[in-house]
Design a protein around this ligand. Structure first.
Ligand code: BG6
Length: 490
């Protein structure tokens, strides 16, 4: 007998900048992701720019963070490959892609809207009609198969123009730009889209610094300020969405990393608790409970943070609480106060190797129990419906006689779905699950397509060569069965 509720939302997730392509089509403006070069496990992606003296330059890119030096402006150079510009060309292939999602039996498809397709610079008054129309076509296609869209308003692709002008959310004006954009979407797609997520992995600015040993107080100041402005923007969007259509349900989106103490040393146990506070609860509490938690003062003091926050901000945070707790989950991590040479990385995370876990080709720990732990602890704290909106394995695939036997991915999913079932049996109100990604796409971290997450294979390599032909992997058929049996057959 399955424990999954009858109307459980099975599906998959993508982000516009990682699949769409069409980066200059129909009036779209440049996004920050368009000036990011390709990288690899050991080679960081770069942002390319022209500096204040007119000279070309590059700077290490971190997804979601704009590192342009003062006075520089982002630029595209012909001697670099920018994988997000064409990505896997969903822009021209969406019909066949959505058809394949329908074949798997998707109930929901998590996607994001490219902000610069709607507002090319990010701060125009009037939206770009052709951009709005593109998403009308997508929603129409989804409706044809009764697939519900779950739309992320901002997923790591801020328009380049405002991102530069407002120094990556260091200016309060960014809030108004975002709110205007979000309101435009709520009005335009009223009755067509009712499930929304405000920001992808809003806790990313803090996560990124947690593994940057050279991070200075000034970096923390920027991260906390950016996060505050985004939290306010999110809360204002939630209020507007509820007002425009009471049927709208809005989720936050947290990068969910489960932290354990590396040793039984009480100092490690305490550090683990504080890691949860800083990286998970700090942003989650604001979005779910409407105000900063008591430990926020300690966190700010640690780096002498002076937050620019108004009374109106605080009222907005309280009035704009989310309806659903949504999060991504890929792996767990260990916290320790002891030195260790055996360091590992993860999704915005770094720590000590856990000897009880296996690690992926890209060094991420596979830990399905960590998902169960995260679900249980989060539901216990917030008691609102929970949804996993990203979970998957990035691994290389081999095409053999037109087939892709991605058994490792199936095993990964099987373990995690079993963990979800255990959490449900333990009382968690888990309402849905979207795998990352349903289709091979450009890795946010490395810019590679060879770090494949899809249930659908795309013929493309890390230099941009390939026919872009789509092929169902073995995991495609396996997931189809999972959905048909509502999680009974794993
Ligand atoms: C999440 C992001 O952090 O992890 C996705 O929301 C991203 O955009 C996913 O693709 C997997 O990370 P990566 O770096 O392997 O693409």
């Amino acid at each position: 007998m399955t424990v999954f509720p009858e109307n459980f939302l099975w599906g998959g997730a993508t982000a516009a900048n990682q699949i769409e392509g069409g980066y200059q089509e129909d009036g779209r403006g440049l996004a920050i992701s368009d000036i990011m070069t390709a990288g690899s496990l050991n080679k960081a992606r770069q942002i390319t720019y022209i500096d204040k003296n007119g000279l070309p330059g590059t700077e290490t890119a971190l997804s979601g963070r704009n590192n342009l030096p003062q006075g520089a402006h982002g630029a595209v150079f012909s001697n670099y490959y920018y994988p997000n510009q064409r990505a896997v060309d969903f822009y021209h292939n969406y019909q066949q892609d959505i058809k394949m999602l329908a074949e798997m039996g998707f109930k929901v498809y998590r996607m994001s809207i490219s902000w610069s397709r709607i507002f090319p610079n990010g701060d125009e008054k009037e939206p770009n009609k052709k951009g709005l129309d593109f998403y009308h076509r997508i929603f129409k296609e989804l409706r044809k198969y009764q697939i519900e869209p779950l739309v992320t308003i901002s997923h790591y692709d801020d328009p380049l123009v405002i991102s530069q002008k407002y120094h990556d959310w260091q200016d309060r004006n960014m809030i108004d730009c975002y709110v205007h954009y979000a309101e435009t979407l709520f009005k335009e797609y009223k009755g067509i889209v009712t499930k929304w997520i405000t920001f992808n992995e809003i806790n990313a600015p803090l996560l990124m610094l947690s593994f940057d040993k050279n991070a200075q107080d000034t970096d923390y100041q920027k991260a906390y300020q950016k996060l505050h402005y985004q939290l306010v923007a999110s809360s204002r969007a939630v209020q507007i969405a509820h007002k425009i259509d009471p049927n709208n349900t809005i989720g936050n989106m947290i990068c969910g990393v489960t932290n354990y103490p590396a040793t039984p040393d009480p100092q490690d146990v305490l550090l683990t608790r504080h890691t949860w506070e800083k990286l998970i609860y700090y942003a989650s509490d604001v979005q779910v409970l409407g105000k900063y938690p008591p430990f926020a003062k300690r966190l700010w003091q640690e780096h002498e943070i002076q937050l620019e926050m108004t009374e109106q901000d605080q009222e907005d945070l309280l009035a704009g609480k989310v309806d659903v707790y949504t999060f991504s989950y890929y792996h767990s991590s260990l916290a320790t106060t002891h030195d260790s040479k055996d360091q590992v990385k993860g999704n915005f995370a770094a720590g000590v190797r856990n000897p009880y876990l296996e690690y992926s080709q890209w060094g991420w720990a596979t830990d399905a129990s960590g998902l169960q732990y995260f679900l249980e602890i989060i539901y216990d704290r917030y008691r609102i419906p929970v949804m996993i909106v990203e979970n998957g394995l990035g691994a290389t695939d081999k095409v053999e006689n037109g087939k892709i036997h991605d058994q490792e991915r199936i095993t990964y999913y099987r373990k995690h779905i079993k963990a979800m079932a255990r959490a449900i049996a333990n009382g968690v109100d888990l309402i849905g699950y979207t795998t990352w990604a349903c289709i091979d796409s450009i890795s946010a971290g490395t810019g590679q397509v060879s770090k494949r997450y899809g249930l659908i294979y795309v013929d493309l390599d890390d230099q941009g060569n390939g026919s872009l032909k789509r092929l169902p992997k073995d995991s495609f058929y396996w997931y189809q069965k999972v959905i048909t049996t509502n999680g009974e057959e794993l």
